[in-house]
Design a protein around this ligand. Structure first.
Ligand code: PBG
Length: 332
């Protein structure tokens, strides 16, 4: 949008002319949304009886491995190019040292293999952060109440290598430790995983909108303190730009802004500044607000599509959204 629009004075210009019919509106739509723009986040449980609907995310279910396979097949049928796995792991196996995060048999890695078996062509994205396997709910290793950076990065690298080994196509570091992208990229290269892509959660804010997600993965009761020493302060914009610049310089293939709707200004800035593949995460709290209001009858379901179109307008190539299957079906 660098051009200066020329607007002839009324009545020569009547902007309503092009809004008059459905066809004229379609012809002059500036952005569109297709299933190819969607990444579908799913929750996979290893806990017996852990499957079922998530109370704070009505309509979203934790899945068994078989359920994850069926979701993968559904994504393929709907033209959704990628699925993103979040583990709901056994609470009894969570430790402060997090070694299960790099166990090839952890639920995340088993889900990668199961999905790759069911739908080999579907892109599988992962989450790199220690929280699903950490007894205290943090994304990094905690020592004396401090989330220690460099030691956490070493753990994240081990975690990433097992995900790549299991067949992941896209790794999603969501941990916000410093220096992790460079270390991950080097380790992947060295291990022969040079074609595994990194979609960095580059501009991830310390947000209250993650609440329902933490319910979904069973981290809510556990988190000691908050994540403000590693996630970005919602007051900041320049800092987000520095994070994105840093991650791209370290070798991220794609970058993400998270949450989505409250941070559309950041999406637009990232797109304009870096012209790199840019994604937004319409997070669990955004899903809960929209789905909750629709179920109450306070909003019409068309707000779902409107909320996703906003990301395209803000310059995003795609969106991680729990609405992915519903919307892909509707776009059919
Ligand atoms: C954790 C992680 C979070 C989300 C994705 N990965 C939560 C957090 O940082 O506490 C949130 C996703 C959502 O809310 O939908 N590494």
């Amino acid at each position: 949008m660098s051009a200066t629009p020329i607007v002839a004075p009324f009545p020569a210009t009547r902007l309503r002319r092009l809004r008059r019919t459905e066809r004229l509106r379609a012809l002059t739509a500036e952005v569109n949304l297709t299933p190819a723009n969607l990444i579908w986040p799913i929750f996979v449980t290893e806990i017996a009886g852990g499957e079922g609907e998530i109370a704070s995310m009505p309509g979203v279910h934790r899945l068994t491995l078989d359920g994850a396979k069926r979701a993968a097949e559904r994504a393929m049928d709907l033209g959704i190019p990628a699925i993103c796995i979040f583990p709901h792991s056994d609470p009894d196996l969570k430790t402060d040292t997090c070694e299960r995060a790099w166990d090839p048999e952890n639920i995340g890695n088993r889900a990668i293999r199961a999905i790759k078996e069911a739908a080999p062509e579907l892109a599988v994205m992962t989450d790199i952060a220690l929280d699903p396997y950490n007894a205290n709910g943090h994304d990094g290793i905690v020592r004396d109440g401090v989330i220690v950076n460099d030691e956490s990065v070493e753990c994240l690298v081990k975690m990433a290598l097992t995900q790549a080994e299991a067949g992941a196509d896209i790794l999603g570091p969501s941990d916000m430790m410093d220096g992790r992208i460079g270390r991950l990229r080097a380790a992947l290269e060295e291990a022969g995983h040079q074609d595994v892509a990194i979609l960095s959660y580059a501009a991830k804010y310390a947000s209250g909108f993650y609440g329902p997600f933490r319910d979904a993965v069973g981290a809510s009761g556990r988190l000691v303190g908050d994540k403000k020493t590693y996630q970005i302060n919602p007051a900041n914009r320049d800092e987000a730009m520095r994070c994105v610049a840093r991650d791209l310089a370290e070798g991220a293939d794609m970058v993400m802004v998270k949450p989505g709707m409250p941070y559309l200004d950041i999406c637009r800035m990232v797109r304009d500044q870096f012209a790199a593949p840019t994604f937004a995460y319409q997070v669990s709290g955004e899903y809960a607000m929209i789905e909750g209001a629709v179920r109450q009858g306070w909003l019409a379901r068309e707000v779902v599509m409107e909320s996703l179109l906003a990301f395209r307008r803000a310059g995003c190539d795609g969106v991680l959204t729990y609405f992915a299957p519903e919307v892909a079906e509707q776009l059919g």
